[in-house]
Write a protein that binds this ligand. Structure first.
Ligand code: SF4
Length: 327
């Protein structure tokens, strides 16, 4: 039995078969790159807008979907699919443009869900109205960039928003019962274990449905790449990353689906990625560590006080100590 709630199990349980995600490049850009918020973008963002798994934006969306579907049918006998709008900010366009792009991905009824990846400050109510229209046809997942609970780090990485915008977007998405997935980077150079634990707690408190963890990779030509070359930042060790993932899982609500624990770095111009290892090896290390410690997702999920807790007058703190002491 798995020690964390895997996406593959969740999708199989929900749709009765293995479900494949089809990454789409819809030709969007991002207000944090086009000068609306900033020109530089997030300091780690490379020129594909963190969507390097997808095809070129010049290929029509319906064609991208059909090509990838046929490939997955041939290779894996796949039957059901998620149309995944991945590269850049996929809610950054006028509503009629967005509607057309999303519609063109729903090529037939084998597409069971639409997944839209975006920034928290691009989820205004009109966008949510539009996404709700699509809920009548397919399931809708919204992937929102969180990265870290440390709002000082968010400034350092030039996100162009802080924690408040993320919280606001998630509250409004959850009110409309969207499936919400948060992107998290657990080894940003300015963060430590306290930030990792706080991230798990905030995502759990917000009742996020899924998390997608990334190990930070560094691409040449990005501001982060320049900092790395100048020796201004240090990436934690692989052992520390494994430790952070394990602790993150322990504090995370066990109902949250884990979409990913380690990312694939792009193939070109990588200055640092996954400590030079295949991501499956890192995943294996994480699972081995969970096993050896006999721990699991949610092992420390005991901090939300949504039901009455009988601790008055017991003369000690909640659970006998603060979270700090239990780090
Ligand atoms: S929000 Fe996404 S697309 Fe925009 S700069 Fe940051 S990582 Fe790149």
């Amino acid at each position: 039995m798995s020690r964390y709630r895997k996406l593959s199990d969740y999708l199989r349980g929900k749709y009765g078969t293995r479900v494949h995600r089809l990454p789409i490049n819809a030709g969007f850009t991002c207000p944090n790159r086009d000068g609306t918020i900033s020109k530089g973008g997030c300091i780690f963002c490379e020129e594909t807008g963190s969507g390097f798994g997808a095809m070129g934006e010049d290929v029509p969306i319906s064609q991208q979907v059909r090509v990838m579907m046929e490939r997955a049918v041939r290779r894996y006998k796949a039957e059901k699919f998620i149309a995944y709008f991945q590269a850049f900010s996929n809610t950054y366009a006028p509503l009629d443009v967005l509607r057309k792009k999303y519609e063109s991905a729903l090529v037939d009824d084998r597409i069971v869900a639409l997944s839209v990846s975006t920034r928290p400050d691009l989820l205004q109510e009109e966008i949510l109205d539009l996404l709700e229209e699509f809920k009548e046809k397919v399931d809708v997942m919204v992937e929102v960039g969180f990265q870290t609970s440390n709002y000082r780090t968010l400034m350092k990485i030039n996100r162009g928003h802080t924690l408040a915008e993320f919280i606001d977007a998630v509250i409004r998405l959850k009110k409309r019962e969207f499936e919400v997935v948060a992107h998290v980077i657990l080894n940003l150079p300015w963060d430590d274990m306290i930030d990792v634990v706080e991230s798990a707690k905030i995502l759990s408190a917000l009742k996020i449905d899924g998390v997608k963890c990334h190990s930070l990779y560094i691409v040449d030509g990005t501001p982060l790449g320049e900092m790395f070359k100048r020796g201004e930042i240090e990436i934690c060790s692989l052992e520390e990353y494994v430790e952070r993932v394990v602790r993150f899982l322990e504090y995370l609500d066990p109902r949250i689906v884990i979409h990913r624990l380690v990312a694939d770095p792009p193939k070109d111009k990588v200055l640092f990625g996954n400590w030079g290892l295949d991501k499956r090896k890192i995943l294996w290390m994480i699972e081995k560590e969970l096993e050896q410690r006999d721990t699991y997702q949610g092992a420390r999920f005991n901090y939300l006080r949504r039901k009455g807790v009988d601790w008055f007058g017991k003369g000690k703190g909640i659970d006998g100590g603060s979270d700090q002491t239990r780090l």
